[in-house]
Design a protein around this ligand. Structure first.
Ligand code: AMP
Length: 605
């Protein structure tokens, strides 16, 4: 046992996980936290990257793939893919370089220009990884789309970013995209990867699409990456806010430095690691840490196509001899439900470091890791806008279960309060609640929200980026998550904007008003619940409730749609007519109703 639980002196009910660094199987990259933080400089860290040959700039795709060929890793396995039906495929860095070159050449042959948007919407299949990295090398802007989105979130995002290319599977295309094509004139090319659909053939039914096998697999395997400005856009990641349409956070090629450094410090990646990030690349964690961070660190990544299943996951950990595992609270809680006995008989001796992200990780889950795996889960925190891990529990350092940990080297965090002058100031006293803020800049900080300057500007106060999360910092500098300052919902690690859900419900002719909130759930964190007021003359009954649930599911996809709908005569609103979700939630949970001075019309009993 390299870590053990000990009570903290004087802190009632609190415990601490003490690490015995001398017993760790591998010496952690970050040993002396204060000294490393004090000495860290981003421009010095940048020397860990190669940059394009001949001073042609910095390209994320090159740093993730091609540069390793110059460092003797051409034959090293970059991606080890395990398919749903048990098929396996390994791609070395050398093969990945060639495949991504083919993809970049295919884009050029289709007339796609640098800067144009390439959307990728697939399950976790090798073509997804090739398309993302190939498009980056072609200096296109990559946007991942969650394959479980319904047609509405897909159309909204494709339209907002003016996507030129979509790479998807024949099955997803037929089911979700085909009917939208007329609405999306800017989407010129749809590349279909994988078998399925009408026998995989491109006939009338497949007008306006081309097949991966024809355009990519046949393209040349050599490609010279053009000059890439480190400040040019590489990725657009959609994220949700409380109001309005989803926002597209703009990330630049330079962000790869954050991916590299956080892979070293927060995930403790070493050259001979076998890394497994369970997040889907349709979301930011699956892209930054399922693709970029391990690859730019030259580490072998396991990619598992199948969805969560505890026993199947234990088999993967055992069979692939995974050493570093990056997963999420919902999955951990699902494993906890099955109990540690489900792990019996598995040899997980290769596993040396486990981390978690995306939602609050309850202290019991951290401790359960220690009990079940002999390793605690190391919680860490970041968000779409920060582009990389900002706060983490580190391999060599003690863990305070329930805390997100401490800021990464190169990152200054603070809990801030608003000042009278409209700015913010750090709160120095420990354990005072305030907004979590990060001192700008760092390489992976978003450079904007696409076409939404005002929304972007509001995220900053002076030198601080405001995260929209509420937190506390203890006297030793550990951060404790309190909650969101806004109404966005985190369900199974996916950020859901209530507005998007309300809009889909409002499209139904029976609905007059909709208010959507997150209800606490012991496994997935929060589930989406909608309150609906019906149009005059429409009767609320079970059949309509089910119809609305089905309508939302069809429009939004199961991951985003409400799980529960409750009818109300009308909903509480502010004087400006906004539905007061905060009040709906407080009432639902029996919490204090807070300031009601803006309340105009209330629910009727
Ligand atoms: P996303 O942009 O979808 O990655 O969501 C980011 C949000 O997820 C953060 O602003 C937090 O509200 C939440 N989050 C991420 N990591 C953690 C964590 N370790 N603990 C608590 N909340 C988290």
């Amino acid at each position: 046992m390299t870590a053990e639980l000990q009570p903290v002196d004087g802190a009632a009910g609190r415990s601490i996980i003490r690490k015995n660094v001398a017993l760790l199987p591998v010496a952690p990259n970050l040993l002396d936290y204060p000294a490393t933080c004090a000495a860290f400089k981003w421009d010095e860290a940048a020397r860990l990257l190669d940059g394009l040959p001949d001073g042609q700039g910095l390209n994320m795709g090159y740093e993730a793939v091609d540069r390793h060929l110059r460092h003797g890793r051409a034959d090293k396995v970059a991606l080890r893919w395990i398919g749903k039906a048990g098929a396996r495929q390994e791609l070395s860095f050398g093969q990945l370089a060639q495949q991504t070159n083919r993809f970049a050449n295919a884009l050029a042959a289709l007339g796609v220009q640098p800067g144009e948007r390439v959307f990728v919407m697939m399950g976790r299949v090798p073509q997804l990884y090739i398309a993302v990295l190939g498009a980056l090398k072609a200096r296109c802007v990559v946007t991942p789309l969650f394959s479980q989105f319904g047609p509405e979130p897909i159309a909204t995002r494709v339209e907002a970013a003016d996507a030129r290319v979509l790479v998807t599977s024949p099955e997803l295309y037929q089911r979700k995209v085909k009917a939208l094509r007329e609405r999306l004139p800017g989407l010129r090319h749809v590349i279909l990867a994988g078998a399925g659909g009408a026998g995989g053939a491109v006939g009338d039914d497949w007008a306006g699409t081309c097949r991966w096998d024809e355009v990519v697999a046949t393209a040349a395997p050599d490609y010279a990456i053009g000059p890439t400005d480190p400040e040019s856009t590489a990725l657009l990641h959609f994220t949700s806010g409380t109001t309005g349409r989803p926002k597209a956070a703009v990330h630049v090629h330079q962000a790869v430095l954050s991916h590299l450094v956080t892979g070293i410090y927060a995930l403790d990646l070493h050259d001979d690691d076998v890394f497994w990030c369970t997040a889907d690349p349709g979301w930011v964690t699956g892209t930054s840490y399922g693709i970029l961070a391990p690859l730019c660190n030259g580490v072998t990544s396991v990619v598992v196509e199948a969805e969560f299943d505890a026993q199947a996951w234990y088999s993967v950990l055992q069979r692939e001899r995974v050493t570093v595992w990056y997963t999420a609270p919902t999955a951990i809680r699902m494993m906890m439900k099955l109990g540690a006995q489900a792990l019996q008989g598995y040899d997980l001796s290769a596993l040396r470091f486990a981390a978690s992200v995306g939602e609050p990780l309850n202290p019991e889950a951290v401790l359960w890791g220690l009990d079940a795996f002999g390793l605690p889960f190391h919680d860490n925190w970041w968000q779409t806008e920060t582009g990389g891990i900002m706060i983490a529990n580190f391999a060599a350092l003690d863990i305070r279960p329930g805390s997100m940990g401490r800021p990464l080297p190169g990152i200054t965090a603070a809990v801030v309060r608003r000042t009278e002058g409209g700015g913010v100031e750090p709160v120095d006293e420990p354990m005072v609640q305030g907004e979590l803020a990060l001192k700008t800049p760092w390489p992976s900080l978003m450079r904007g929200y696409l076409h939404e300057e005002e929304r972007y500007r509001k995220c900053f106060a002076g030198e601080w980026y405001l995260t929209g999360d509420l937190a506390r910092r203890d006297a030793d500098g550990y951060y404790w998550f309190v909650g969101r300052a806004d109404d966005v919902i985190k369900s199974a690690g996916h950020l859901i904007g209530p507005f998007e859900v309300e809009s889909a419900l409002m499209e139904h002719p029976a609905v007059a008003e909709a208010g959507v909130i997150g209800m606490p759930d012991p496994i997935v964190g929060e589930v989406v619940k909608a309150f609906v007021a019906l149009r005059t003359g429409v009767a609320p009954d079970e059949a309509l409730r089910r119809e609305l649930l089905g309508h939302a599911r069809k429009r939004l996809g199961a991951a985003v749609a409400p799980k529960e709908i409750e009818f109300r005569a009308n909903l509480p609103k502010t004087r400006s007519g906004k539905i007061m979700r905060r009040l709906l939630k407080a009432r639902e949970l029996g919490l204090p109703e807070g300031d009601l001075s803006t309340l105009e019309s209330d629910e009727q009993p």
